[in-house]
Design a protein around this ligand. Structure first.
Ligand code: GLA
Length: 729
């Protein structure tokens, strides 16, 4: 819970396994005193004493580089990276915010228009609001610290208010800024590219500044807005880990600066790239929220914290807690070249193999025979689908399947009816060339009339056709970011306003179609973030379904995002992007480790393959509750011994699923047993089909190696297996 000590002027935010502390120093500034495991009394005394000594006599000459700060300012003698930057009327950028007031509120304030994790009564959530003021200008900053004490989650947000009489320009405004004391820190980030999203990357933090960011207008394939700082190198069960997950889908930034003193400064929030917010008197600007979690014991524990929080508090709506249907998608099966009969043929075969939903991907609208036209024209193409969408949907429902449809709402093709009618509706700057990517331009989502058009046209399709699912795609970065509908002084706001516009449209469609399951997508996993997840409870994690690459992608994704939020499909072999072959079983077990789907023309598969696929689908139906709602544990990383293992356990620890992926025949250390996690040490687990039973204690400390993975026995490259564990007495 949150306590304030008026003598020391210290705020203590105490959760079940961690504590964070902020303090006001006598000169009025704010300090971030501590974050970590509950400190022993003598440890706490140590750093509070040090804080008092350092801050007692703060004078204008005190070197603030030596002081632990929270949301640090710019322009004084703390020369480290500031959390914000404001340009005043006279052109100066120097401000100094001092403590004004605070309040400890029950629950969490509402911030309409931005993703916001929910609060349930059992959470016993409290929010500390600290208000700071820059006296000469009358600017105020509110810092919010919302504590979920039993979930060990601290949600931070910031807000700036112009209570002065003159307009200012906000040039940078992070969500949080804090300092951590000297240590051998490492930074774990999830970088990548299209078809290679969220690769686990780890680097020591040496003196200097590391910037992780997106400048693409979406959270990006290039770098995911989730990162961790560890003390030394952490492993799955060892090392202190500090996590930062930003609930935002546009340009973002994390700065990690190791100062000459060894102190680590961390800021996270909106990117300052091309950013400027004009703040007139009376106006307020609110930053997105950031979810901060701490683990005293490695990555596994921090992933558990994020997984359950994301599943239960970030994802909203009817589908958030519902098992997700097994879908088949026609994209890699047909690309743009399909007719009514092709979709029906795929759907029929899929229904026979146990699939539950047919998703019609790109190409059903306008005159879209390739990727060079029709985005924005959300009217069915009667050349391809002469009976129309409602009839197709009905025929698919008659097969016992649900029906899903692809949209790319935020885009406009220069070759489209929409562009002919509204050439000014795309993001652009007058008299500058509009650069296309994938032959398309980006709609100006800052404009209400554009959002209304999309709400009406997409809404009409969803109303007329029985649509159970929507894949919401977004296939390019923002360039020539400008909106002639905004005045010159507000052009620096366009990227953020774009993102707010997207959220607004998503929210309106969610409200109007509460039964529709929305899946986010951006050229695969280019917008896999908590912002999207709070509107759309699952995301297509990558266009790349190749056996090896996908293993790395799902491994990286799993650090923050639970399996329930990841769409994963069984594609064809050889893979259509990498041309690499991998066995069906391998591809199936990978996809079955998340929300299972299929993406191939299985009507053209051999009878044998279809039968095998049907077997996986029926097995998935049995294990789905465990995969989608159980606890996920990484056991072995793909990078170590060509063997990856992970598992799921039920909440009562009575059931478990063990997945092993051996990418080359094992050699040397590859044959060591796999040590399991998350079991009850005292229970005896039967391993189905293996005729073996071991205690949880044995499986976790000594491990177990199935016969088929012992030296010389693995028959092929890419050998995968799934074992089901059931606790007896
Ligand atoms: C993106 C998506 C794919 C597919 C295509 C269609 O690349 O990630 O899954 O929908 O667009 O154009």
């Amino acid at each position: 819970m949150i306590h304030f000590d008026p003598d020391q002027k210290i705020f203590r935010l105490i959760s079940d396994r961690s504590v964070s502390m902020m303090a006001v120093h006598p000169a009025g500034g704010l300090g971030f005193l501590y974050w970590g495991k509950t400190p022993a009394p003598e440890v706490e005394q140590g750093f509070t004493q040090e804080w008092e000594e350092k801050t007692r006599d703060i004078t204008p000459n005190t070197d603030l580089n030596m002081v632990r700060r929270d949301f640090a300012d710019f322009g004084h003698n703390d020369l480290r990276t500031p959390a914000y930057l404001v340009e005043l009327k006279d052109g100066s950028r120097i401000t100094e915010f001092h403590y004004l007031s605070h309040e400890i509120l029950p629950g969490k304030p509402d911030f309409p228009g931005l993703p916001s994790s929910q609060v349930l009564s059992e959470d016993q959530v409290q929010t500390l609001r600290l208000t700071l003021i820059d006296q000469p200008t009358g600017l105020e900053i509110d810092l919010f610290y919302t504590l979920y004490p039993h979930r060990d989650m601290l949600v931070r947000r910031s807000r700036i208010r112009n209570k002065g009489t003159q307009a200012v320009k906000v040039l940078k405004f992070a969500t949080l800024g804090l300092d951590l004391p000297p240590e051998d820190y490492h930074l774990v980030s999830f970088g990548g590219a299209w078809a290679r999203e969220r690769m686990f990357q780890e680097r020591p933090l040496l003196q200097g500044t590391v910037r992780l960011e997106s400048r693409r207008g979406i959270s990006s394939h290039e770098m995911n807005p989730f990162a961790m700082v560890t003390k030394g190198r952490a492993s799955e069960d060892q090392g202190e880990v500090f996590g930062f997950a930003l609930a935002y889908s546009g340009n973002w930034l994390l700065e990690a600066e190791v100062h000459q003193t060894g102190w680590l400064r961390l800021n996270m929030g909106l990117s300052d790239f091309g950013f400027q917010w004009f703040l007139a008197p009376g106006e307020t600007f609110t930053a997105p929220e950031c979810l901060m979690a701490y683990s005293p014991s490695g990555f596994d524990a921090i992933s558990q914290t994020y997984h359950s929080f994301v599943r239960d508090r970030v994802c909203r709506g009817k589908w958030a807690q519902k098992p997700r249907p097994i879908l088949i998608n026609n994209w890699e099966a047909t690309y743009f070249d399909f007719k009514h009969e092709d979709i029906l043929r795929i759907a029929k075969t899929a229904a026979q193999t146990g699939v539950e939903m047919m998703v019609l991907d790109d190409g059903w609208f306008g005159k879209r025979d390739k990727d060079d036209s029709s985005l924005g024209d959300w009217f069915v193409d009667l050349r391809k689908l002469p009976k129309g969408l409602p009839a197709l949907s009905k025929e698919i429902h008659d097969l016992g399947l649900k029906f899903g449809l692809w949209f790319e709402p935020e885009m406009i093709s220069p070759r489209s009816r929409l562009y002919e009618k509204h050439p000014d509706w795309c993001l652009h700057v007058n008299d500058r060339e509009r650069k296309t990517a994938r032959n398309q331009l980006v709609l100006d989502m800052t404009r209400p009339e554009v959002r209304d058009y999309l709400f009406d046209t997409i809404g009409r399709v969803l109303e007329e056709t029985q649509v159970d699912y929507v894949k919401w795609d977004m296939n390019r970065s923002l360039t020539e970011v400008g909106s002639p509908s905004l005045p010159p002084e507000r052009q620096g706001e366009v990227t953020h306003r774009y993102c707010l516009g997207v959220y607004e449209l998503m929210e309106r469609l969610n409200k109007r179609f509460p039964n529709v399951l929305f899946e986010g997508c951006a050229g695969g996993g280019g917008r896999f973030d908590l912002g999207i997840l709070s509107y759309q409870p699952q995301i297509w994690s990558s266009d790349n379904m190749d056996g090896w690459d996908r293993l790395l992608i799902q491994y990286g994704t799993s650090f923050c995002y639970p399996a329930l939020t990841q769409g994963s499909h069984i594609g064809s072999s050889p893979n259509q992007i990498t041309r690499r072959e991998s066995p069906l079983k391998w591809r199936a077990l990978l996809a079955m480790s998340a929300n299972l789907g299929v993406e191939a023309d299985i009507s053209k598969w051999s009878e044998g393959d279809r039968k095998e696929l049907a077997g996986y689908i029926s097995l998935y139906k049995e294990i789905r509750p465990l995969v989608q709602f159980g606890d996920f544990h990484r056991l072995e990383a793909p990078y170590d011994f060509a063997r990856t293992a992970w598992m799921f356990t039920s909440r009562d620890q009575k059931e478990a699923l063990l997945f092993i992926f051996q990418s080359t025949p094992p050699q040397g250390p590859g044959v060591k047993p796999v040590c399991l996690r998350g079991l009850d040490p005292a229970l005896l687990y039967q391993i189905k089909g293996e005729g073996a039973a071991f205690t949880g204690e044995h499986l976790m400390s000594d491990g177990w190696l199935p016969k088929e993975f012992q030296t010389g026995r693995v028959p092929t490259l890419f050998h995968a297996a799934l074992y089901r564990l059931q606790a007896g007495n």
